[in-house]
Design a protein around this ligand. Structure first.
Ligand SMILES: Nc1nc2c(ncn2[C@@H]2O[C@H](COP(=O)(O)OP(=O)(O)OP(=O)(O)O)[C@@H](O)[C@H]2O)c(=O)[nH]1
Length: 434
């Protein structure tokens, strides 16, 4: 099964791949295409009319001829009004509802101009804004305009941003400075007007089409989207990588913890095995290997102990009878309790060793013979009061000697063994000192 983070990473990689393809494709498309056009011509339904300066007490006369593929305005421009004019109007909306032309970048004209002197045209875009405009009052609409020389060729283009709000309109409506910008989001009329040319002449303006052109998505918007998408992808990839690092870290921590636990278990097991190798399984006393270990720690290389130590050899009395009369299991239980009683009476620094069968060796460091005798008397008393299996009475014989500093331990054990022999010979349940 594919891990979750690997699947997420694959998705991010696919997204990056998609963006790698989409980014240049969208930029090229935006640059060369993605164009939207709003056209004014005899072919569409926006009503076209002409008007002149006669309602301003002027004398110019405009007339409109509709041909199949053109609207022809004929203007007899006469002196009378201060700024004589004729104009061709396209009505884009009524009751304050117009068309948003602010999304277009340029205007392409297909028109012919003919006049006797001067070649100037004005483009007006009236924008209805409730803050300043009232329905029915033409002059209340923001008057955006530009005048330019009519080119000789029929088709030409001007940028939309050359159109400016007319000063007279700003003054007439006391427009605050911060609102004097060109606004074209609700254009109710597009007008082609005669420019500032001498009066007393006939002018013909033949309009085939006026096209407002723009991009469906502006380059700034597209770039913002693309940069946003790339940053999003990068952040997604980064967070996934961090998550991956975190999860691998916790997985490796878990592995380390598991190994640690196994290690500890193995150490415990090794310690158990080591202590098993040094301990008699029946009584828990040290075995001879255990004794060797203890001595190794205490002896010099030469085999001497540098302190006085009591060495006691002990042997249960008539132990064979117990086995014979009550069975081997009862004998085992007696041995177990025998060792337990001794351990309960001696110091923790004293070492009890099962020498073999029912023979035990007790090493009591820093103990002289007198103190050892006292300790063995206590021990014999404890045996006497102990609750033994089958109501038995258990006694032991002891051979005691003192290991002098620098003395060989083997010799001391031999001496204690001899003393034990004497204790047995002298009637058992007693201590003999060598
Ligand atoms: N149940 C049991 N018996 C053991 C064990 N090791 C040795 N024995 C027995 O202990 C007995 C020792 O007998 P003996 O050496 O004759 O000594 P004893 O009967 O104690 O007589 P004395 O030492 O002279 O008092 C033998 O019968 C062994 O089989 C053991 O681990 N468990």
């Amino acid at each position: 099964m594919i891990p979750r983070h690997a699947r997420a990473m694959t998705i991010v990689q696919s997204l990056v791949g998609l963006l790698l393809v989409l980014t240049p494709a969208l930029l090229i498309w935006q640059h060369f295409g993605m164009t939207r056009v709003f056209e004014l011509s005899p072919r569409q339904s926006y009503g076209a009319t002409v008007t002149d300066d006669r309602h301003e007490n002027g004398k110019s006369v405009a007339s409109l001829v509709r041909a199949n593929d053109a609207l022809v305005m004929r203007c007899d421009l006469r002196a009378g009004y201060a700024w004589p004019f004729c104009k061709l109007q396209f009505h884009l909306g009524q009751d304050g509802k117009g068309v948003d032309l602010g999304r277009f970048d340029s205007v392409t004209f297909d028109m012919r101009y003919s006049g006797e002197s001067g070649r100037k045209i004005r483009l007006h875009l009236t924008n209805f804004e409730p803050e300043f405009s009232t329905v029915g009052d033409w002059n209340s609409q923001r008057y955006n305009s530009v005048e330019f020389d009519a080119p000789a060729q029929a088709t030409f283009t001007i940028p939309v941003n050359v159109v400016r709000t007319a000063d007279w309109w700003i003054t007439a409506h006391n427009v605050p400075l911060e609102k004097t910008y060109t606004r074209l989001d609700n254009v109710t009329a597009v007008e082609i007007s005669t420019g500032s040319v001498p009066s007393g002449q006939s002018i013909t303006i033949e309009v085939r089409s006026i096209q407002f052109r723009g991009k469906w998505i502006s380059d700034t918007t597209l770039l913002t989207w693309l940069v946003g998408a790339w940053i999003g992808c990068g952040l997604l990839g980064l967070s996934l990588s961090l998550l991956h690092v975190r999860s691998s870290l916790s997985a490796s921590n878990a592995r380390v913890e598991l190994l640690d636990a196994i290690n500890k278990a193995l150490q415990l097991e090794a310690r158990d095995l080591a202590s098993q190798a040094h301990t008699d399984p029946l009584t828990g006393a040290l075995n001879r290997q255990g004794l060797r270990e203890v001595l190794m720690k205490r002896l010099h290389v030469a085999g001497h102990v540098d302190e006085e130590m009591a060495v006691v050899f002990m042997d249960l009395d008539h132990f064979k009878r117990i086995n014979d009369q009550h069975g081997h299991d009862a004998g085992d239980e007696v041995l177990r309790r025998f060792a337990a009683v001794i351990r309960g009476e001696v110091r923790s620094s004293d070492k009890l060793v099962r020498w073999g069968g029912e023979e035990f060796l007790l090493l009591c460091p820093e103990t002289d013979v007198a103190h050892a005798m006292t300790m063995l008397d206590k021990l014999r008393a404890a045996f006497a009061t102990q609750d033994w299996p089958h109501g038995l009475r258990i006694t032991s014989s002891f051979g005691l000697t003192s290991l002098k500093p620098e003395e060989d331990i083997g010799a001391a054990i031999k001496r204690a063994d001899g003393a034990l022999y004497r204790a047995k010979a002298n009637g058992r349940n007693r201590v003999e000192i060598a």
